[in-house]
Write a protein that binds this ligand. Sequence first.
Ligand SMILES: *[C@@H]1O[C@H](CO)[C@@H](O)[C@H](O)[C@H]1NC(C)=O
Length: 401
Amino acid sequence: MVRGILVAFVVAVVAVAIYVVLEPIPQGVDSPWTVKLASITIMISDYGMMALPTGINDWLDERSRADSRASEPRVPYRDAVFDRVPVRIFADEPVGGETDKRPAIVFFHGGGFISCSVDVHHPLTAMLARELNVVVVSVDYLLAPKYPFPAAIDDCTAATVWFLKHLSDFNVDPARVAIMGDSSGGNLAAAAAQRLTFDPEYRDLPTPKLQVMIYPCLQAFDFHTPSYQQYGDYNTLILKRRYMVMAWNKYLLGNKGDFTEAMMINNHTSAAAKSSPLVKKCLSHDLIPDEFKKSNYRVPSTDFGDEDIYKEIKEVLLDPNYAPLMREDLEGLPETYILTAEYDILRDDGIMYAKRLEKAGVPVTWKHYKKGFHALFGDFFPTDVGKQSINDFLQFAREKL
Ligand SMILES: *[C@@H]1O[C@H](CO)[C@@H](O)[C@H](O)[C@H]1NC(C)=O
């Protein structure tokens, strides 16, 4: 029996090792072995979670959460509730008894709208508080599929609005608040910034000084942008098309429907919608500089689609609260920092938004990492390009926030 388990274990380890060696990864990505191993670890833990009994899963999960919370012992934090929404606040007792009002960052964690937490992102958010000497509010918004759209963006907006109304309780300067998020959190940051800017309901609140989007996902209309075309099928780049499509689908519909197969081939929209003026304006591949269109790039055809699916989902699909790139007029949004990574299917979502914001007269700092991959920002998977991206952002924030 013991021998059998041992043999199975050795076989599994060898199989994983062979897979890691053989599975292709594009030339040029920073620390390819780290990125490969990270990708496969995510894959194994996804399947492992399905295979292991719930009790063991919960125990492992709580252990890793506790490790995360202990990661920055010098940064004080406490959990609170802002207008029904749980949040974690870092460093709201000013270090060294300063009395000047300080800046703040409201942070929305990534995880495809379906995973991660303020615990998983604890090291990153605590580090921002420590390095920038700012108050950080990390929002524990509701996750899909149990709570589909608009639960997440409603939570993020509600928590931010509550905070903006109570800044003096935290000794925060109303002119120096940033909204920030990574990946799906970048989507929520963009959407929340749009709401705060354009919804008359929030006219009397302080306007965010900065919006910061770290490799955000910003639209679920076109899963064949040049970056999706180039990197969508790799198993070794953290994110692949099938995962992102599944995540968007769950955020859209919860457990009520599954259009992932249609989405995989852009068949979840109609032919007419694909060539509509709105889509041509908001999602034109012309916004993406030619240097990003590699030899395998094809202009996707627009003469096909599924009317029935589109009719069912179009209201949400075109809603900027779900997909901030679908908003036609971006004029008046806060100064913007956008990070994109070359080896990332979401690269072009970020590029299109950066270009459109620039056209709309918004000051934009667009940082593109030529050796970068999805999830490089933070110490999730330590690499040189990841460290560089943190340093670049810290420098920007020290100047601008
Ligand atoms: C898209 O969906 C329509 C309607 O279900 C179907 O007839 C068509 O074959 C699909 N297109 C592709 C490329 O699969």
